[in-house]
Design a protein around this ligand. Structure first.
Ligand code: SF4
Length: 474
Protein backbone atom coordinates (compact mmCIF):
# COMPACT_ATOMS: atom_id res chain seq x y z
CA UNK A 1 0.00 0.00 0.00
CA UNK A 2 1.38 3.39 -0.89
CA UNK A 3 0.05 6.89 -0.64
CA UNK A 4 0.91 10.32 -1.94
CA UNK A 5 0.80 13.29 0.33
CA UNK A 6 -1.01 16.35 -0.92
CA UNK A 7 1.59 18.89 0.28
CA UNK A 8 5.23 18.67 1.14
CA UNK A 9 5.32 20.54 4.46
CA UNK A 10 6.01 19.26 7.97
CA UNK A 11 3.03 18.32 10.15
CA UNK A 12 1.33 21.11 12.04
CA UNK A 13 2.25 21.39 15.73
CA UNK A 14 -0.43 20.23 18.16
CA UNK A 15 -0.78 18.32 21.39
CA UNK A 16 -2.76 15.38 19.97
CA UNK A 17 -0.43 12.64 18.75
CA UNK A 18 -0.93 11.53 15.16
CA UNK A 19 -0.61 7.97 13.91
CA UNK A 20 -0.48 6.44 10.45
CA UNK A 21 -1.10 2.73 9.84
CA UNK A 22 0.06 1.15 6.59
CA UNK A 23 -1.15 -2.39 5.98
CA UNK A 24 0.17 -5.19 3.78
CA UNK A 25 -1.22 -8.67 3.19
CA UNK A 26 -4.47 -10.50 3.55
CA UNK A 27 -7.95 -9.34 4.50
CA UNK A 28 -7.37 -10.41 8.11
CA UNK A 29 -4.43 -8.05 8.21
CA UNK A 30 -6.44 -5.22 6.66
CA UNK A 31 -9.00 -5.83 9.36
CA UNK A 32 -6.25 -5.77 11.99
CA UNK A 33 -5.09 -2.43 10.57
CA UNK A 34 -8.60 -1.08 11.17
CA UNK A 35 -8.53 -2.55 14.66
CA UNK A 36 -5.21 -0.84 15.44
CA UNK A 37 -6.55 2.46 14.13
CA UNK A 38 -9.61 1.99 16.38
CA UNK A 39 -7.42 1.27 19.44
CA UNK A 40 -5.22 4.26 18.70
CA UNK A 41 -8.18 6.59 18.21
CA UNK A 42 -9.76 5.44 21.48
CA UNK A 43 -6.35 5.98 23.11
CA UNK A 44 -6.32 9.63 22.02
CA UNK A 45 -4.38 9.44 18.75
CA UNK A 46 -5.54 11.15 15.60
CA UNK A 47 -5.37 8.84 12.56
CA UNK A 48 -3.79 10.57 9.58
CA UNK A 49 -3.70 9.59 5.92
CA UNK A 50 -0.03 10.19 5.21
CA UNK A 51 3.15 9.13 7.03
CA UNK A 52 4.55 12.64 6.63
CA UNK A 53 1.78 13.92 8.93
CA UNK A 54 2.33 11.35 11.66
CA UNK A 55 4.26 11.15 14.93
CA UNK A 56 3.94 7.38 14.85
CA UNK A 57 4.12 5.25 11.69
CA UNK A 58 3.09 1.62 11.96
CA UNK A 59 3.78 -0.84 9.17
CA UNK A 60 1.34 -3.72 9.59
CA UNK A 61 2.93 -6.72 7.94
CA UNK A 62 2.38 -10.12 6.36
CA UNK A 63 4.69 -13.14 6.68
CA UNK A 64 2.99 -15.53 4.31
CA UNK A 65 5.61 -15.17 1.58
CA UNK A 66 9.25 -14.14 1.49
CA UNK A 67 8.50 -11.43 -1.10
CA UNK A 68 6.03 -9.71 1.19
CA UNK A 69 8.69 -9.49 3.92
CA UNK A 70 11.30 -8.09 1.54
CA UNK A 71 8.84 -5.41 0.49
CA UNK A 72 8.21 -4.39 4.07
CA UNK A 73 11.92 -4.13 4.86
CA UNK A 74 12.30 -1.88 1.80
CA UNK A 75 9.42 0.27 3.01
CA UNK A 76 10.86 0.59 6.52
CA UNK A 77 14.16 1.63 4.94
CA UNK A 78 12.32 4.34 2.98
CA UNK A 79 10.66 5.63 6.14
CA UNK A 80 14.10 6.31 7.61
CA UNK A 81 14.21 9.36 5.30
CA UNK A 82 11.31 10.82 7.28
CA UNK A 83 13.13 10.12 10.51
CA UNK A 84 16.17 11.99 9.27
CA UNK A 85 13.93 15.08 9.07
CA UNK A 86 12.22 14.31 12.39
CA UNK A 87 14.35 12.22 14.75
CA UNK A 88 11.48 11.85 17.22
CA UNK A 89 9.34 9.92 14.70
CA UNK A 90 8.37 6.48 16.04
CA UNK A 91 8.48 3.67 13.49
CA UNK A 92 6.79 0.42 14.44
CA UNK A 93 6.38 -2.93 12.68
CA UNK A 94 3.31 -4.94 13.65
CA UNK A 95 1.62 -8.12 12.47
CA UNK A 96 2.77 -11.54 11.32
CA UNK A 97 6.24 -10.55 10.15
CA UNK A 98 6.88 -8.76 13.47
CA UNK A 99 5.85 -11.93 15.29
CA UNK A 100 8.00 -14.13 13.06
CA UNK A 101 11.19 -12.05 13.11
CA UNK A 102 10.78 -10.77 16.66
CA UNK A 103 13.44 -8.52 18.16
CA UNK A 104 15.77 -9.12 15.20
CA UNK A 105 13.59 -6.59 13.42
CA UNK A 106 14.59 -3.81 15.82
CA UNK A 107 17.94 -3.51 14.09
CA UNK A 108 16.85 -4.15 10.52
CA UNK A 109 16.28 -1.63 7.72
CA UNK A 110 17.81 1.29 9.60
CA UNK A 111 16.14 0.60 12.94
CA UNK A 112 12.66 0.12 14.30
CA UNK A 113 11.29 1.43 17.63
CA UNK A 114 8.47 -1.02 18.19
CA UNK A 115 7.74 -4.60 17.15
CA UNK A 116 4.33 -5.95 18.04
CA UNK A 117 2.74 -9.28 17.13
CA UNK A 118 -0.94 -9.83 16.28
CA UNK A 119 -1.97 -10.48 19.89
CA UNK A 120 -0.63 -7.18 21.26
CA UNK A 121 -2.95 -4.61 19.71
CA UNK A 122 -5.29 -4.18 22.66
CA UNK A 123 -2.46 -2.40 24.53
CA UNK A 124 -1.08 -0.57 21.47
CA UNK A 125 -1.94 3.01 22.50
CA UNK A 126 -0.82 2.36 26.05
CA UNK A 127 2.50 0.80 25.04
CA UNK A 128 3.20 3.60 22.58
CA UNK A 129 2.49 6.07 25.39
CA UNK A 130 5.00 4.25 27.61
CA UNK A 131 7.57 4.26 24.83
CA UNK A 132 7.15 7.97 24.22
CA UNK A 133 7.17 8.67 27.97
CA UNK A 134 10.42 6.74 28.40
CA UNK A 135 11.93 8.83 25.63
CA UNK A 136 10.86 12.16 27.01
CA UNK A 137 13.58 14.00 28.81
CA UNK A 138 16.32 11.84 27.39
CA UNK A 139 18.96 13.09 25.05
CA UNK A 140 18.11 12.53 21.41
CA UNK A 141 20.64 9.71 20.75
CA UNK A 142 19.80 7.94 23.97
CA UNK A 143 16.10 8.37 23.30
CA UNK A 144 16.49 6.56 20.01
CA UNK A 145 17.78 3.58 21.94
CA UNK A 146 14.47 3.21 23.78
CA UNK A 147 12.63 0.47 21.97
CA UNK A 148 9.81 -1.90 22.70
CA UNK A 149 8.80 -5.42 21.69
CA UNK A 150 5.42 -7.00 22.42
CA UNK A 151 5.54 -10.52 21.07
CA UNK A 152 3.77 -12.94 23.37
CA UNK A 153 0.90 -14.92 21.84
CA UNK A 154 -2.20 -14.84 24.01
CA UNK A 155 -4.44 -17.90 23.64
CA UNK A 156 -7.39 -15.91 24.99
CA UNK A 157 -7.09 -12.73 22.91
CA UNK A 158 -9.94 -12.50 20.40
CA UNK A 159 -10.29 -8.70 20.54
CA UNK A 160 -13.82 -8.90 21.82
CA UNK A 161 -15.26 -5.52 22.73
CA UNK A 162 -12.90 -3.41 20.59
CA UNK A 163 -14.16 -1.23 17.74
CA UNK A 164 -12.45 -1.17 14.36
CA UNK A 165 -12.04 2.15 12.59
CA UNK A 166 -13.57 1.13 9.28
CA UNK A 167 -12.48 2.84 6.11
CA UNK A 168 -15.55 1.80 4.11
CA UNK A 169 -19.18 2.27 5.06
CA UNK A 170 -20.39 0.22 2.09
CA UNK A 171 -19.15 -3.21 3.13
CA UNK A 172 -17.68 -4.32 6.46
CA UNK A 173 -15.30 -7.16 7.29
CA UNK A 174 -15.96 -8.67 10.70
CA UNK A 175 -13.28 -10.91 12.21
CA UNK A 176 -15.02 -13.63 14.21
CA UNK A 177 -12.00 -15.85 14.68
CA UNK A 178 -8.26 -15.46 15.00
CA UNK A 179 -5.45 -18.01 14.70
CA UNK A 180 -5.67 -21.55 13.38
CA UNK A 181 -5.70 -25.07 14.84
CA UNK A 182 -4.52 -26.72 11.62
CA UNK A 183 -0.89 -27.34 10.82
CA UNK A 184 -0.69 -27.26 7.03
CA UNK A 185 3.00 -27.93 6.52
CA UNK A 186 3.59 -24.92 4.22
CA UNK A 187 1.85 -22.34 6.40
CA UNK A 188 3.29 -19.88 8.91
CA UNK A 189 -0.09 -18.69 10.25
CA UNK A 190 -0.41 -21.02 13.29
CA UNK A 191 3.07 -19.96 14.43
CA UNK A 192 2.51 -16.21 14.16
CA UNK A 193 -1.19 -16.02 15.09
CA UNK A 194 -1.41 -18.92 17.54
CA UNK A 195 -4.30 -21.33 18.02
CA UNK A 196 -7.89 -20.66 16.98
CA UNK A 197 -9.72 -18.11 19.17
CA UNK A 198 -13.38 -17.38 18.57
CA UNK A 199 -15.48 -14.37 19.50
CA UNK A 200 -18.74 -14.99 21.32
CA UNK A 201 -21.92 -14.98 19.19
CA UNK A 202 -23.34 -12.15 21.28
CA UNK A 203 -20.32 -9.93 20.62
CA UNK A 204 -20.40 -10.70 16.88
CA UNK A 205 -24.15 -10.09 16.58
CA UNK A 206 -23.94 -6.85 18.58
CA UNK A 207 -21.30 -5.62 16.14
CA UNK A 208 -23.35 -6.65 13.11
CA UNK A 209 -26.39 -4.78 14.51
CA UNK A 210 -24.30 -1.66 15.13
CA UNK A 211 -22.91 -1.82 11.61
CA UNK A 212 -26.39 -2.28 10.14
CA UNK A 213 -27.72 0.63 12.24
CA UNK A 214 -24.95 2.74 10.73
CA UNK A 215 -26.26 1.99 7.23
CA UNK A 216 -23.82 -0.71 6.06
CA UNK A 217 -25.68 -3.52 4.32
CA UNK A 218 -22.97 -5.99 3.28
CA UNK A 219 -20.74 -7.85 5.70
CA UNK A 220 -18.10 -10.53 5.39
CA UNK A 221 -17.36 -12.77 8.35
CA UNK A 222 -13.65 -13.35 8.58
CA UNK A 223 -11.52 -16.10 10.06
CA UNK A 224 -8.53 -18.26 9.15
CA UNK A 225 -10.87 -21.26 8.95
CA UNK A 226 -14.03 -19.27 9.42
CA UNK A 227 -16.47 -22.18 9.23
CA UNK A 228 -14.78 -24.03 12.09
CA UNK A 229 -15.86 -21.11 14.33
CA UNK A 230 -17.73 -22.30 17.38
CA UNK A 231 -18.45 -20.60 20.68
CA UNK A 232 -20.90 -20.84 23.56
CA UNK A 233 -22.39 -24.02 22.10
CA UNK A 234 -23.02 -22.42 18.69
CA UNK A 235 -21.54 -23.78 15.47
CA UNK A 236 -20.83 -21.60 12.43
CA UNK A 237 -24.05 -22.34 10.45
CA UNK A 238 -26.16 -21.01 13.33
CA UNK A 239 -24.09 -17.83 13.54
CA UNK A 240 -24.34 -17.36 9.79
CA UNK A 241 -28.11 -17.74 9.92
CA UNK A 242 -28.50 -15.24 12.77
CA UNK A 243 -26.17 -12.72 11.13
CA UNK A 244 -28.10 -13.04 7.86
CA UNK A 245 -31.32 -12.21 9.70
CA UNK A 246 -30.11 -8.98 11.33
CA UNK A 247 -32.47 -6.24 10.07
CA UNK A 248 -30.76 -4.04 7.49
CA UNK A 249 -28.18 -6.66 6.47
CA UNK A 250 -28.74 -7.50 2.84
CA UNK A 251 -25.63 -9.45 1.88
CA UNK A 252 -23.46 -11.80 3.94
CA UNK A 253 -20.26 -13.50 2.81
CA UNK A 254 -17.62 -15.45 4.76
CA UNK A 255 -13.97 -16.27 4.16
CA UNK A 256 -11.92 -18.45 4.24
CA UNK A 257 -13.70 -21.69 4.96
CA UNK A 258 -11.81 -24.98 5.35
CA UNK A 259 -13.23 -27.65 3.01
CA UNK A 260 -13.50 -30.14 5.90
CA UNK A 261 -16.00 -27.93 7.71
CA UNK A 262 -18.30 -27.49 4.73
CA UNK A 263 -21.21 -29.75 5.66
CA UNK A 264 -24.92 -30.14 4.92
CA UNK A 265 -25.96 -27.74 7.68
CA UNK A 266 -23.81 -24.92 6.34
CA UNK A 267 -24.96 -25.55 2.77
CA UNK A 268 -28.57 -25.53 3.94
CA UNK A 269 -28.13 -22.09 5.55
CA UNK A 270 -26.42 -20.81 2.41
CA UNK A 271 -29.25 -22.09 0.23
CA UNK A 272 -32.14 -20.85 2.38
CA UNK A 273 -31.06 -17.51 3.87
CA UNK A 274 -31.71 -14.86 1.22
CA UNK A 275 -28.95 -12.57 2.53
CA UNK A 276 -26.18 -15.18 2.18
CA UNK A 277 -24.50 -14.54 -1.16
CA UNK A 278 -24.00 -17.18 -3.85
CA UNK A 279 -20.25 -17.15 -3.50
CA UNK A 280 -17.83 -19.55 -1.81
CA UNK A 281 -14.04 -19.52 -1.54
CA UNK A 282 -12.89 -23.12 -1.16
CA UNK A 283 -9.10 -23.47 -0.91
CA UNK A 284 -8.04 -26.71 -2.63
CA UNK A 285 -4.24 -26.07 -2.51
CA UNK A 286 -3.54 -29.14 -4.69
CA UNK A 287 -5.33 -31.64 -6.91
CA UNK A 288 -3.17 -34.60 -5.92
CA UNK A 289 -3.74 -36.87 -2.93
CA UNK A 290 -0.08 -37.50 -2.12
CA UNK A 291 0.65 -33.77 -2.14
CA UNK A 292 -2.44 -33.00 -0.07
CA UNK A 293 -1.30 -35.58 2.46
CA UNK A 294 2.18 -34.08 2.62
CA UNK A 295 0.65 -30.65 3.02
CA UNK A 296 -1.46 -32.14 5.89
CA UNK A 297 -4.64 -30.71 4.42
CA UNK A 298 -6.67 -33.60 5.90
CA UNK A 299 -8.88 -34.20 2.84
CA UNK A 300 -8.50 -36.09 -0.42
CA UNK A 301 -9.29 -34.89 -3.93
CA UNK A 302 -12.45 -37.02 -3.90
CA UNK A 303 -13.63 -35.49 -0.63
CA UNK A 304 -12.98 -32.02 -1.99
CA UNK A 305 -14.96 -32.82 -5.14
CA UNK A 306 -17.82 -34.20 -3.02
CA UNK A 307 -17.96 -30.86 -1.17
CA UNK A 308 -18.08 -28.99 -4.47
CA UNK A 309 -20.86 -31.28 -5.67
CA UNK A 310 -22.85 -30.85 -2.46
CA UNK A 311 -22.60 -27.05 -2.67
CA UNK A 312 -23.49 -26.94 -6.37
CA UNK A 313 -26.44 -29.31 -5.90
CA UNK A 314 -27.98 -26.87 -3.42
CA UNK A 315 -26.78 -23.64 -5.09
CA UNK A 316 -26.39 -24.31 -8.82
CA UNK A 317 -25.53 -20.67 -9.56
CA UNK A 318 -22.78 -20.35 -6.93
CA UNK A 319 -19.48 -18.71 -7.87
CA UNK A 320 -16.55 -20.75 -6.54
CA UNK A 321 -13.00 -19.53 -6.00
CA UNK A 322 -9.92 -21.30 -4.67
CA UNK A 323 -6.27 -21.10 -3.57
CA UNK A 324 -3.66 -23.32 -5.21
CA UNK A 325 0.03 -23.79 -4.36
CA UNK A 326 2.31 -25.30 -7.02
CA UNK A 327 5.82 -26.71 -6.68
CA UNK A 328 5.35 -27.85 -3.10
CA UNK A 329 8.59 -29.75 -2.27
CA UNK A 330 8.47 -33.19 -3.82
CA UNK A 331 5.57 -32.41 -6.18
CA UNK A 332 6.19 -34.39 -9.37
CA UNK A 333 5.18 -33.25 -12.85
CA UNK A 334 2.37 -35.85 -12.82
CA UNK A 335 1.13 -34.56 -9.48
CA UNK A 336 1.13 -31.04 -10.83
CA UNK A 337 -0.87 -32.26 -13.82
CA UNK A 338 -3.45 -33.61 -11.33
CA UNK A 339 -3.86 -30.07 -10.02
CA UNK A 340 -4.52 -28.82 -13.55
CA UNK A 341 -7.04 -31.63 -13.94
CA UNK A 342 -8.83 -30.53 -10.76
CA UNK A 343 -9.03 -27.02 -12.16
CA UNK A 344 -10.60 -28.37 -15.36
CA UNK A 345 -13.06 -30.50 -13.43
CA UNK A 346 -14.27 -27.87 -10.98
CA UNK A 347 -13.96 -24.80 -13.22
CA UNK A 348 -13.50 -22.20 -10.51
CA UNK A 349 -14.75 -18.69 -11.20
CA UNK A 350 -11.48 -17.41 -9.77
CA UNK A 351 -8.22 -18.94 -8.53
CA UNK A 352 -5.53 -17.37 -6.35
CA UNK A 353 -2.35 -19.10 -7.42
CA UNK A 354 1.03 -19.28 -5.69
CA UNK A 355 4.41 -20.89 -6.10
CA UNK A 356 5.49 -22.56 -2.85
CA UNK A 357 7.49 -20.13 -0.68
CA UNK A 358 9.51 -21.69 2.18
CA UNK A 359 8.74 -20.12 5.55
CA UNK A 360 11.31 -20.72 8.26
CA UNK A 361 9.91 -22.75 11.12
CA UNK A 362 7.24 -24.54 9.09
CA UNK A 363 7.48 -28.34 8.70
CA UNK A 364 7.83 -28.24 4.89
CA UNK A 365 11.17 -26.42 5.15
CA UNK A 366 12.60 -29.53 6.86
CA UNK A 367 11.91 -31.77 3.87
CA UNK A 368 15.06 -33.14 2.16
CA UNK A 369 16.78 -30.47 0.10
CA UNK A 370 16.63 -32.48 -3.12
CA UNK A 371 12.82 -32.29 -2.99
CA UNK A 372 12.80 -28.50 -3.38
CA UNK A 373 11.77 -27.65 -6.90
CA UNK A 374 14.10 -25.38 -8.90
CA UNK A 375 12.76 -21.85 -9.24
CA UNK A 376 12.46 -21.96 -13.04
CA UNK A 377 10.44 -25.15 -12.91
CA UNK A 378 8.20 -23.82 -10.15
CA UNK A 379 7.67 -20.64 -12.14
CA UNK A 380 6.77 -22.61 -15.27
CA UNK A 381 4.19 -24.63 -13.31
CA UNK A 382 2.75 -21.46 -11.84
CA UNK A 383 2.46 -19.88 -15.29
CA UNK A 384 0.72 -22.96 -16.69
CA UNK A 385 -1.73 -22.87 -13.80
CA UNK A 386 -2.36 -19.15 -14.19
CA UNK A 387 -2.99 -19.54 -17.92
CA UNK A 388 -5.46 -22.35 -17.33
CA UNK A 389 -7.24 -20.58 -14.44
CA UNK A 390 -7.55 -17.32 -16.39
CA UNK A 391 -8.83 -19.13 -19.45
CA UNK A 392 -11.54 -20.87 -17.43
CA UNK A 393 -12.45 -17.63 -15.66
CA UNK A 394 -12.76 -15.80 -18.97
CA UNK A 395 -14.94 -18.58 -20.44
CA UNK A 396 -17.25 -18.53 -17.43
CA UNK A 397 -17.48 -14.75 -17.46
CA UNK A 398 -18.15 -14.61 -21.19
CA UNK A 399 -21.04 -17.01 -20.65
CA UNK A 400 -22.47 -14.55 -18.11
CA UNK A 401 -22.58 -11.57 -20.49
CA UNK A 402 -26.21 -10.52 -20.85
CA UNK A 403 -27.17 -11.41 -17.26
CA UNK A 404 -29.06 -8.84 -15.21
CA UNK A 405 -27.44 -8.51 -11.78
CA UNK A 406 -27.97 -6.63 -8.54
CA UNK A 407 -24.82 -4.58 -7.95
CA UNK A 408 -23.77 -2.87 -4.73
CA UNK A 409 -21.83 0.25 -5.75
CA UNK A 410 -18.51 0.40 -3.88
CA UNK A 411 -16.52 3.29 -5.37
CA UNK A 412 -15.57 5.38 -8.38
CA UNK A 413 -14.10 3.34 -11.21
CA UNK A 414 -10.94 4.39 -13.03
CA UNK A 415 -12.77 5.60 -16.13
CA UNK A 416 -14.43 8.99 -15.83
CA UNK A 417 -18.16 8.87 -15.13
CA UNK A 418 -17.93 5.19 -14.11
CA UNK A 419 -18.54 3.47 -10.81
CA UNK A 420 -17.45 0.04 -9.63
CA UNK A 421 -19.61 -2.42 -7.76
CA UNK A 422 -19.97 -6.07 -6.86
CA UNK A 423 -22.65 -8.60 -7.74
CA UNK A 424 -23.95 -11.07 -5.15
CA UNK A 425 -21.62 -13.64 -6.70
CA UNK A 426 -18.64 -11.39 -6.07
CA UNK A 427 -18.05 -10.26 -9.66
CA UNK A 428 -16.79 -6.71 -10.19
CA UNK A 429 -18.74 -4.55 -12.64
CA UNK A 430 -17.99 -1.04 -13.92
CA UNK A 431 -20.89 0.98 -15.29
CA UNK A 432 -21.84 4.61 -15.88
CA UNK A 433 -22.57 6.48 -12.67
CA UNK A 434 -21.26 8.94 -10.13
CA UNK A 435 -20.17 9.04 -6.52
CA UNK A 436 -23.70 9.68 -5.24
CA UNK A 437 -24.45 6.04 -6.09
CA UNK A 438 -21.87 4.64 -3.67
CA UNK A 439 -23.59 2.40 -1.11
CA UNK A 440 -26.72 1.87 -3.22
CA UNK A 441 -27.94 -1.26 -4.97
CA UNK A 442 -28.46 -1.00 -8.74
CA UNK A 443 -29.76 -3.29 -11.42
CA UNK A 444 -27.10 -3.69 -14.08
CA UNK A 445 -26.88 -5.69 -17.30
CA UNK A 446 -23.47 -7.29 -17.90
CA UNK A 447 -22.48 -6.15 -21.40
CA UNK A 448 -18.89 -7.29 -21.83
CA UNK A 449 -16.02 -8.82 -19.90
CA UNK A 450 -12.28 -8.24 -19.81
CA UNK A 451 -12.02 -11.86 -18.66
CA UNK A 452 -11.84 -11.04 -14.96
CA UNK A 453 -14.25 -8.08 -14.59
CA UNK A 454 -17.31 -6.73 -16.41
CA UNK A 455 -18.62 -3.58 -18.01
CA UNK A 456 -22.33 -3.05 -17.70
CA UNK A 457 -25.34 -0.83 -18.33
CA UNK A 458 -27.58 0.58 -15.64
CA UNK A 459 -31.05 -0.82 -16.25
CA UNK A 460 -33.09 1.64 -14.19
CA UNK A 461 -34.90 4.81 -15.09
CA UNK A 462 -34.01 7.81 -12.92
CA UNK A 463 -37.11 7.28 -10.74
CA UNK A 464 -36.39 3.61 -10.17
CA UNK A 465 -32.78 4.41 -9.36
CA UNK A 466 -33.92 6.85 -6.68
CA UNK A 467 -36.02 4.13 -5.11
CA UNK A 468 -33.12 1.68 -5.29
CA UNK A 469 -30.95 3.83 -3.03
CA UNK A 470 -32.96 3.01 0.04
CA UNK A 471 -33.36 -0.70 -0.48
CA UNK A 472 -30.61 -1.62 1.97
CA UNK A 473 -32.55 -0.85 5.15
CA UNK A 474 -35.14 -3.64 5.11
S1 SF4 B 1 -5.89 -24.02 7.56
FE1 SF4 B 1 -3.77 -24.43 6.95
S2 SF4 B 1 -3.37 -22.89 5.33
FE2 SF4 B 1 -5.19 -22.19 6.46
S3 SF4 B 1 -4.35 -20.81 8.04
FE3 SF4 B 1 -4.55 -22.83 8.98
S4 SF4 B 1 -2.53 -23.78 8.72
FE4 SF4 B 1 -2.63 -22.03 7.29
Amino acid sequence: MTSERRDGGLPPKGSRRRAYVETYGCQMNISDGELMAGVLETGGYEIVEFPEDADVVLVNTCAIRENAERRVLGRVGQLQNLRRERPDLVIGVTGCMAQRMGEDLLDRAGGVDLVMGPDGYRSLAERLGELEEARRGREREAAQGTRLSVLSLDPAENYEGLEQRRTSSVAAWIPIQRGCDHRCTFCIVPYVRGPEKNRSPRDVLDEVRRIADGGTTEITLLGQTVNSWNADGWAFPRLLREVARVPGIRRVRFTSPHPNDVGPELVEVMATEPAVCEQLHLPAQSGNDRTLKRMVRRYSVDTFLEKVQMVRAALPDIALSTDIIVAFPGETEEEFQDTLELMRMVRFDEAYTYRYSPREGTPATRLPEEQFIPEAEGQARLQALIDLARGIQAEINRSEVGRIEEVLVERDARGEGQVLGKTRRGKMVAFPGDRSMVGSYRTVRLDETTGATFRGTLMETAAAAGAAVGVGGE
